[in-house]
Design a protein around this ligand. Structure first.
Ligand SMILES: [Zn+2]
Length: 300
């Protein structure tokens, strides 16, 4: 009996350790957020683009971009240098400025989410060049993830509070932090309140809003990027920073209790960011892999 008791203790302990180890410090849209961005993007890929994307995906993806959209989060501790590529911070101001804000903690320039999007897009331009030195499978997985991240408003938040990570709040009755509210909690609450706890129902609803008058007039603008040599990721971060001020940080302080009022007014903003992330990821990939698309008005 004593032995059984000890075994139980060991089992319990190992379970506890597993739970502790597998609960990562989330600093990005949760799995659901990234999955939605990539699932939406998949709907907007042209046939040619879709073929190239499938060719580049690792076998484990089963031909689905959405399956590998959280890969970058899984490797951020193994590949420590990639950690600052998930976000950018401003010095407490509501505007983003690339030259001022895009660097890592050692001051190395371009090491932020915007620089990363530009860099991996540039790497993917070498697709088809047999002498390319890049692992384009990785480039694609990084790009798909970071385009999602840059649309999460608090991934372009303030340095002092680490994009809301140090602002402790209560999401209804649960203690969490403001960054996590935007990464995970709002999506979870939306799924259980409106989408039958089914991520696919939420994705379908967002896709419908893109097509319907709700956003359809704006979609062309979302896609348009008039830069030839880099992406428009700077604009996406600029939008995120201003949304962070206007919605995410607004009326929130340490120990705030956030409930229906916050949820109802911010969820439409969050859903739109996911939609924009998906549409823009598709536009970048179409621009890269489908020459007929890049000749069209969308990229000029
Ligand atoms: Zn991330």
């Amino acid at each position: 009996m004593k032995m059984m008791g000890f075994l139980k203790f060991l089992l319990g302990l190992s379970l506890m350790i597993t739970i502790m180890v597998s609960t990562p410090v989330v600093e990005a849209w949760g799995k659901e957020g990234h999955f939605m961005v990539c699932k939406i993007a998949e709907q907007y890929l042209t046939e040619n683009t879709s073929r190239v994307v499938k060719e580049l995906l690792p076998e484990s993806a089963g031909g689905e971009l959405a399956e590998v959209c959280s890969w970058a989060d899984k490797v951020r501790f193994r590949m420590r240098w990639t950690s600052p590529l998930h976000y950018v911070n401003t010095p407490g101001v509501c505007t983003f400025k690339y030259s001022r804000d895009c660097f890592n903690s050692q001051g190395v320039k371009d090491m932020c989410v915007v620089g990363a999007i530009n860099n991996y897009t540039a790497q993917l331009q070498s697709y088809g060049d047999s002498s390319t030195a890049y692992d384009l499978t990785q480039s694609l997985m990084f790009l798909a993830h970071f385009v999602g991240d840059v649309h999460q408003p608090l991934h372009a938040g303030f340095k002092d509070d680490e994009g809301g990570n140090t602002i402790v709040v209560h999401w209804y009755r649960r203690k969490t932090n403001l960054h996590h509210v935007w990464d995970v909690n709002m999506i979870e609450t939306a799924m259980s309140d409106y989408y039958n706890k089914d991520l696919n129902v939420m994705i379908d609803s967002i896709l419908k809003k893109i097509d319907q008058k709700e956003w359809s007039d704006e979609v062309n603008k979302w896609e348009t990027c008039r830069r030839k040599t880099s992406t428009c990721a700077t604009n996406y971060a600029t939008e995120s920073t201003s949304i962070a001020c206007e919605y995410a940080y607004k009326d929130v302080e340490q120990d705030s209790v956030l409930t229906d009022e916050y949820f109802d007014s911010r969820l439409p903003v969050l859903e739109k960011r996911i939609a924009q992330g998906g549409v823009r990821l598709a536009a970048i990939l179409n621009g890269l892999f489908d020459s007929s698309f890049s000749d069209s008005v969308k990229t000029e």
